[in-house]
Design a binder for this molecule. Structure first.
Ligand SMILES: [Zn+2]
Length: 485
């Protein structure tokens, strides 16, 4: 049972784990690195294996940082099956087509700029295009069903509910050498839409994500109440209420919450514009696979209603319609991507609205400090948006509790069920993993941080060659409230 990480070791993007089990070569997830340029450059690196020899890929869920390098795998020779749940297959199509579009668009923009300086040869080709995505999608095998086992060569694969986004699974792999569990991303048990994760079985080794391994989320009811108060105040200002939102899960949670708050009279029924074609497509998938969601959501569906469609919702499709919103008078909610305001239609709305004191910017997602959203949250009085300097006069509100990720209590509850499995920490910042490692070791568990390079024996109780330098273990910190993604 040897494993080599191809991403999300000591970082939170680019998830991918190359596993030898039962004489097979398997890859669990194949995500895109996102963020700083140096991190994104890693997308162009060769895989540490020959993609044409890989037996199969298994997906935990459809977020870009778990599926975004699949077309590269195809381009480099992989032609095997990609196993996933049905909703994951549907969302993967939406996510990869959007990713290809963004890459091709930013490539042509960069070429245009570079041509003016006579330097167009320096621009790197897009990672992949729409055709590569269609070829990749043809390899998807949506045969994973929660609680059922699929035989892949000598390995038995079982998908179980992870409760993170629609279709998200954790995977239990049984091979002749033993059992290993991959958590994928685990959900927040205070999620508005997803059913709680199920608990994993005893295992020999377990890989667990640690995004929020150092903190505790606030209860959802408090978050919803705060959201209602902020919206009611904002409506009184009479301007636009901008809600930057990620297309998958966050947008649907916000639409579901808005419908509830407006129908129960806690928030006035003002127009809501959903200005993100990708979020609109993802919302259709949530409706389609509504049976997967929490009982109270299924109840609404059964009564013939759409839980994601408040009565005042307008879905904006074309960019002309989006631009017309600049001239719309009166209070209205605009939901647009992307969540960190680093691109997408939200930037146009910010450019036109952020300087007005009647505007409200309601932040419901994690903002990385270097992003545009991060600078606004930190109190910048001016920001550059699409080459223009814009004053921040809008009221800025941050609502912290809509997280789709497990917090420390959730992670502990889940991992405790794995018996004496050796625990490998992935998908977290190093300081967060160190905190979580301290908590696990305090409970007598054997745990280590998955190294960025080289292959590890998953059952070894000690890091080969000792823990990497710099990874000292700190005593656990007080659980910090707040949450993001
Ligand atoms: Zn995720």
């Amino acid at each position: 049972m040897h494993l080599q990480s191809i991403g999300a070791a000591e970082t939170v993007t680019g998830s991918g784990h190359f596993l030898h089990l039962g004489g097979m070569e398997l890859l669990i997830d194949c995500g895109l690195f996102q963020g700083e340029d140096t991190l994104e450059a890693r997308n162009r690196e060769a895989f540490p294996f020959d993609p044409s020899r890989l037996d199969a890929v298994l997906l935990t869920h459809a977020h870009l940082d778990h599926v975004g390098r699949l077309p590269l795998l195809y381009k480099r020779g992989f032609r095997g099956p990609i196993y996933c749940t049905q909703p994951t297959a549907a969302l993967t199509e939406t996510v990869l087509l959007d990713s290809a579009r963004i890459q091709v668009e930013s490539y042509s923009r960069e070429v245009r700029w570079a041509r003016r300086s006579g330097d167009e040869k320096s621009v790197e080709e897009p990672l992949y295009d729409e055709e590569d995505v269609h070829n990749t999608l043809a390899l998807l095998r949506p045969q994973l069903v929660f609680g059922e086992t699929l035989q892949v060569g000598k390995v038995r694969v079982r998908a179980e509910r992870a409760g993170h986004i629609l279709g998200s699974a954790f995977l239990v792999l049984d091979g002749p050498e033993g059992r290993v569990v991959f958590s994928g991303d685990l959900g927040n048990r205070e999620s508005g839409l997803q059913q709680d994760f199920t608990l994993p079985p005893d295992a020999d080794a377990v890989l667990i994500e640690t995004t929020y391994g150092d903190r505790t989320h606030r209860p959802l009811a408090q978050t919803v109440q705060e959201f209602a108060q902020v919206l009611s105040q904002s409506v009184r200002l009479g301007g636009k209420i901008l809600i930057p939102s990620f297309a998958i899960e966050r947008t649907q949670v916000i639409l579901y919450t808005l419908k509830h708050l407006m129908e129960s009279g806690q928030v006035p029924r003002i127009p809501i514009f959903l200005d993100s074609p990708m979020a609109a497509r993802a919302t259709n998938e949530y409706f389609e696979y509504g049976d997967e969601l929490r009982p109270e959501v299924r109840e609404i569906l059964r009564s013939g209603e759409d839980p994601f469609r408040p009565s005042t919702l307008h879905v904006v499709t074309t960019s002309q319609e989006s631009q017309r919103l600049n001239r719309y008078d009166g209070a209205a909610i605009i939901l647009a991507g992307n969540g960190m305001m680093t691109g997408g239609r939200i930037q146009h709305h910010l450019k036109h609205q952020l300087w007005k004191p009647t505007t409200s910017l309601v932040i419901v997602s994690y903002q990385s400090p270097s992003s545009l959203g991060g600078r606004i949250v930190e109190g910048a009085d001016k920001v550059r948006i699409m080459g223009e300097e814009i004053a921040v006069r809008a009221k800025v509100h941050t609502i912290g509790g809509f997280s789709a990720h497990a917090d420390q209590d959730d992670l502990l509850a889940w991992v405790q069920a794995t018996g004496n499995a050796k625990i490998w920490l992935v998908h977290g910042e190093v300081n967060v993993m160190e905190t979580f490692l301290g908590v696990l070791e305090g409970q007598g568990r054997t745990a280590d941080i998955m190294p960025k390079e080289g292959s590890v024996d998953l059952q070894s109780t000690h890091f080969p060659g000792g823990r990497p330098p710099g990874l000292t273990v700190n005593p656990p910190r007080e659980g910090r409230a707040e949450a993001g993604e």
